[in-house]
Design a protein around this ligand. Structure first.
Ligand SMILES: *Cc1c(COP(=O)(O)O)cnc(C)c1O
Length: 393
């Protein structure tokens, strides 16, 4: 080969985007532990512990609570392909990119899809779900995104859960950007199937997708009359690998499971309530600082997602240029707008290890600098003062 390949040596970055986010060195060390065979008794124990820890973060007793191989989208696809058979009627709530992805997958499963839509930046209203279920004469499931990463909206779920139950529809929830960072109570809220990803608020590298199904959802799975469309994601087989039988299906990504177990241990050591409070505090400080700079949040107050803070880019400011400046001058990554907000927003992730006071203060200063470069008068001093006021309250 002509080309010389240098040593792999990615530069250090401060990851404040929509994911992946910062990972604890403990997790990286766990990933580099000795390899085991995927049926080694030691690994089986690690699998059991990982499932227990996942039940803790999902706040569920569900037996079927496992990390699927693949990123968050694999979890999304897992839940949908396992619960939907061709011809089933399903309601999908769409208020951003990830709701659109759910709808796309439901369609590919052969479902008759009924969309319930809210404008980007707003939550779905429970009555919309009721109206859709009423006029359709019921549905097999209602799918909704808890934390819409494309808009920074936190979707309240409890009311919608009650409505789904009235119509005997399963409730499917995307908790990719909420699990481990925002309150989520799978059992108490009556969520029948839920999935997440490792590289967001769990602060683990990408590669696994935690999924949990309750007995009601498993019954639907057990009563299928057609095979699950995807062999790789077929829970009827995978549950026998993670269950007592330990039947080989596909090789678990051993080291990623080590990493997830360590990341979940860190969550447990901090405690869920303390972790939610930390995410909220850092997000509140960031928001105050953003507003003091004269910028606006996309999501309305009361529906803001602490893990993902979507900010409107002011008129006349090139949002991509500002991001490039942050990356080059500060080594900070933030996200740009997606879908309807392309070119119009920044998405600032404060998740897991990335949700820290020092990063909030640094980012406000750096973003202020990026704005000043483009001739926007950002008052960095007031911005930082406003954030500090939140911390020093
Ligand atoms: C990131 C994300 C996904 C997809 O996860 P990947 O890890 O990118 O596959 C799905 N839903 C939501 C809400 C997300 O934020």
């Amino acid at each position: 080969m002509e080309k010389e390949f240098g040593q792999l040596n990615p530069e250090y970055r401060i990851l404040l985007g929509p994911g992946p986010v910062e990972t604890s060195p403990r997790v990286l060390r766990a990933i580099s532990s000795n390899m085991l065979g995927h049926l080694d008794p030691q690994f089986l124990e690690i699998m059991n512990e990982t499932m227990d820890l996942l039940r803790y973060v999902f706040q569920t007793e569900n037996q079927l609570t496992i990390p699927m191989s693949g990123t968050g989208s694999a979890g999304m696809e897992t839940v949908m392909v396992n619960l939907i058979e061709p011809g089933d009627r399903v309601v999908v709530c769409v208020k951003g990119v990830f709701g659109q992805r759910l709808r796309d997958i439901a369609g590919r499963c052969g479902a008759e899809v009924i969309s319930v839509e809210a404008p980007w930046g707003k939550p779905i209203q429970p009555e919309q779900v009721r109206d859709a279920l009423e006029s359709a004469g019921g549905a097999k499931l209602v799918a909704i995104v808890h934390a819409e990463t494309s808009t920074g909206v936190l979707q309240p779920l409890e009311e919608i859960s009650k409505i789904a139950k009235e119509y005997d529809a399963l409730l499917v929830v995307d908790a990719v950007t909420s699990l481990g960072g925002v309150e989520l109570k799978v059992d108490e809220w009556g969520i029948d199937a839920c999935y997440s990803g490792t590289q967001k608020a769990l602060s683990c590298p990408p590669g696994l997708s935690p999924v949990t199904l309750n007995d009601k959802a498993r019954k639907v799975l057990g009563n299928r009359t057609t095979k699950v469309q995807s062999w790789y994601l077929d829970l009827t087989m995978i549950q026998n690998y993670w269950g007592k039988e330990r039947f080989y299906h596909h090789t678990a990504p051993i080291n990623m499971v080590y990493g997830l177990r360590e990341a979940l241990m860190i969550v447990r050591e901090e405690g869920l309530e303390a972790r939610y409070a930390r995410h909220k505090l850092n997000s509140n400080a960031l928001i105050k600082g953003i507003e003091a700079m004269g910028l606006q949040m996309i999501a309305p107050e009361g529906y803001r997602l602490p893990t993902l803070n979507a900010v409107k880019a002011p008129d006349g400011v090139d949002e991509a240029k500002a991001r490039k400046f942050l990356l080059e001058k500060y080594g900070i990554e933030i996200g740009g707008g997606l879908g309807d907000f392309k070119g119009k927003a920044w998405r600032i992730g404060l998740m897991g290890e990335s949700s820290r006071r020092n990063y909030v203060i640094l980012l406000l200063a750096a973003l202020g600098d990026a704005l000043i470069q483009q001739g926007y008068k950002a008052n960095v001093g007031s911005s930082i003062e406003a954030a500090l006021e939140v911390y020093n309250k």
